[in-house]
Design a protein around this ligand. Structure first.
Ligand code: GLC
Length: 741
């Protein structure tokens, strides 16, 4: 998707919103009237979000009194409709409820984890997944989903990198906007549309040491240039809601952060959606040590204009008192209630509050086909020595490993409503489609952390009697996601030892990795003949992998995050600064002569035991064919302020197989008032190329893409030389230069 298409997408969304502006004015008048009738208790009730308690009397009474505005984790459509009926018919002002759920990468039909979807570099994959999730979730009455998660993360120790779109703000912006479009559809009031939620606002992915809920230190430049762009893109795309993050930023938790929530979100971005806390994140400001007690936390959150308190009970217990004491203005509360009511109007809930109790539209052929395609496009081919893949002329295949037939684990993290019984596993497909190929299956390890080597000999024997070994390794789903951080991100259990054992058979070994994060698999990549990184591919992962392994589909994925060689390199990411001593003449620890003098091996920026390069760079991914890139051609050697510069590059499929390639546009600001990254992604285009075919990709650069947040706290592009690449990943390609004047 290049800049032009992104602008068209944004403009279309903008025009759609303009056409509804007249309706919105009358809507605002309706909201005014409603607020004027509301008691303070009823206002505070709209700001209160509770978890599903079924049809308990407590819940029913809370609804009748108007002391709850939204409910999360209620799933039964009849219960949802009955609770809604109570709100609409038995509460004083008949204000409908919103029902919410974490639908992160699918409701019933599960798509690849978002990190995998990002590896497709295809926003249509993300939009399809969100659209299907919206149709399935809204069928049971869910109209608010807590997705997309668009935190930037450069730290694979962090379990929630699985839910993210990786390390780059531009790729995350494109994929996040696509998910918003998919969830919200053409009109939020359409019963099959759901309110999306840009989360976690903000900076959560920079959690110290990759440990969840930890503190973050984010200078304004990093906040503005890296953390916020996906959130600004989501806001501009009309994302209906935002969610606060748990972390403190430089000591101020997001749930009490006026700079984030008022200065930027409301005043700079003119955002009029709902800002909801994370689960208990308002109350957790007591733990953070910036609120003395729950009342103090309510004060901080209200004055930071967090509209809805998710399961924190801070507002319902203390807001009325704070207003009476003059510490919180009721006018501010009215504005926060207005945001909640506006969302309910936009969702059409005042006119159509009930879910149709219908045959649920789960697992349609279209949904399964799109989920399979997503899993195909999300897989990244990292190695393919001697073109072991795609498999051909094989008569016997040894299938080994804990992830070959793991219907729950292949769904990945943050799956509440997916059903493993619907998962198509790799083993199931290999057996189904085997034909006259013999499948020797030896699971060997029962789960990814299994250390029992009791079946190693059996696995080796199967490998010896087969033409090729397919080894499915990785992580159980439970090892990534919220609060699932790992200080050692190697293959768990005895999985690495099993690969070494399988290699003894002397047969080609194809390693297929299903994981929720980049793993440190340097040794395994060296041992395996081919490596296909599938992340957690969802319901249709088995069909997708079988198509890729046998060449019915061609890998086209590219890494959305850098793969470190070892955990000690973290954080390692492509858009790093050059430093005053960039790595050169790298001598690794075992190459250093004994007794070497202090500076005899040079003094530049790298680790003695890891060097200065990652295992695989951002944007990297192989195919079953090869591609050649011409030098980029610029429409001019200068870009004037306010002007545009086009960048063209010819890409040829130099192999024998039709395939897709993701051409990536990077820039570098050579000299600026602040040291700038050695590369920054500013565009990409996923193109189909027949064998031998050449196509020209074209990008348009404007000064907005050259701009960065400078030391004067302003975003602007600075005159000077810029380099441009159009390349297959963040490390390859030829640079050409232009002057920005
Ligand atoms: C969780 C997560 C958030 C989720 C919310 C509701 O703790 O941080 O992403 O949407 O609570 O389940």
């Amino acid at each position: 998707m290049n800049i032009k298409n992104l602008c068209i997408a944004g403009a279309t969304l903008f025009l759609l919103s303009c056409s509804s502006s007249k309706k919105e004015n009358s809507q605002e008048e309706k909201i005014d009237k409603l607020i004027a009738q509301m008691t303070l208790d009823e206002k505070i009730g709209q700001m209160n979000q509770l978890t599903g308690l079924g049809l308990s009397d407590d819940m029913k009474n809370s609804i009748r009194e108007g002391s709850v505005g939204s409910i999360l984790n209620e799933l039964d459509v009849k219960t949802i409709n009955e609770l809604q009926r109570i709100a609409v018919e038995e509460s004083r002002l008949h204000i409908p409820l919103i029902f919410a759920r974490d639908v992160i990468h699918g409701f019933r039909t599960i798509f690849p984890i978002p990190l995998g979807q990002a590896a497709s570099w295809n926003p249509q994959v993300a939009e399809d997944g969100a659209r299907i999730a919206a149709v399935e979730a809204s069928a049971v009455g869910i109209r608010w989903v807590f997705a997309p998660m668009i935190d930037i993360s450069r730290d694979p120790r962090w379990g929630r990198i699985a839910e993210s779109c990786g390390e780059d703000p531009y790729l995350t912006s494109v994929m996040g906007v696509a998910m918003v479009k998919g969830f919200q559809g053409d009109s939020l009031s359409n019963p099959s549309s759901v309110a999306a939620c840009a989360k976690h606002y903000a900076g959560y992915g920079f959690t110290e040491s990759g440990k969840d809920y930890n503190t973050t230190w984010i200078p304004e430049e990093l906040l503005r240039d890296v953390v916020l762009p996906p959130f600004e893109a989501a806001a501009k795309a009309g994302c209906a809601t935002f969610m606060c993050s748990f972390n403190d930023i430089n000591g101020v938790p997001s749930s009490g952060n006026r700079h984030l929530n008022v200065d930027i979100l409301r005043n700079e971005w003119d955002y009029d959606g709902v800002l909801v806390s994370d689960w208990g994140s308002i109350e957790q400001m007591v733990q953070h040590g910036i609120a003395a007690d729950l009342k103090d936390a309510a004060l901080l959150a209200a004055n930071a204009e967090v509209d809805v308190d998710m399961m924190g009970f801070a507002y319902v217990r203390h807001l009325k008192e704070l207003i009476a004491e003059g510490k919180v203005s009721e006018k501010i509360v009215d504005e926060m209630v207005r945001n909640v009511l506006r969302l309910k109007f936009r969702l059409g809930l005042f006119d159509n509050p009930y879910a149709k109790e219908q045959e649920s539209p789960f697992y349609t052929d279209d949904a399964l086909l799109k989920a399979k395609n997503a899993a195909i496009e999300s897989a990244v081919l990292l190695k393919n020595e001697k073109n072991v893949l795609p498999l051909k002329n094989v008569k016997t295949i040894a299938v080994v490993g804990a992830l070959a037939d793991a219907p729950a684990d292949q769904l990945g993290t943050w799956i509440f409503d997916g059903e493993p019984s619907h998962s198509i596993t790799p083993l199931a497909v290999l057996k189904k489609d085997a034909g006259d190929v013999k499948i020797n299956y030896v699971q060997t390890l029962k789960y990814s952390r299994d250390k029992n080597k009791g079946d190693f000999a059996k696995a080796l024997a199967a490998a010896k009697s087969s033409d090729v070994v397919l080894y499915f390794a990785g992580e159980e789903a439970i090892l990534s996601g919220e609060a699932k951080c790992r200080a050692d991100i190697s293959l768990p259990g005895a999985q690495s030892d099993l690969l070494t054992e399988l290699k003894k058979a002397g047969k080609p070994v194809v390693l297929v990795v299903m994981a929720g994060r980049p793993l440190t698999i340097s040794k395994e990549v060296a041992e395996a003949d081919a490596v296909l990184y599938a992340f957690h591919g969802g319901t249709m992962a088995g069909e997708a992998l079988a198509d890729l392994l046998f060449g019915k589909a061609v890998p086209s994925g590219k890494l959305p995050v850098t793969f470190p060689r070892m955990v000690g390199q973290i954080p390692t990411y492509y858009a790093h600064k050059n430093t005053g001593r960039p790595a050169e003449n790298v001598q690794l620890i075992d190459d250093i002569p004994v007794g070497a003098g202090q500076f005899s091996i040079g003094a530049t920026s790298y680790h003695l035991d890891a060097g200065d390069s990652p295992l695989f760079p951002f944007g990297y991914g192989l195919s079953y064919t090869t591609f050649a890139y011409s030098e980029p051609r610029l429409s001019a050697t200068t870009l004037q302020k306010g002007g545009t510069l086009t960048v063209e590059c010819d890409i040829t499929n130099t192999g024998k197989v039709d395939a897709a390639e993701v051409a990536q546009l990077y820039i570098r600001d050579r000299v600026a008032s602040l040291a700038r990254p050695v590369r920054e992604l500013k565009g990409f285009d996923k193109i189909q190329l027949k064998a031998g075919e050449t196509k020209t990709v074209k990008f348009t650069l404007t000064d907005d893409q050259l701009a960065f947040w400078n030391a004067d706290n302003a975003k602007r592009a600075e005159a000077g030389e810029f380099q441009v690449w159009v390349s297959a990943d963040s490390q390859s390609g030829t640079a050409v230069s232009f002057e920005y004047k």
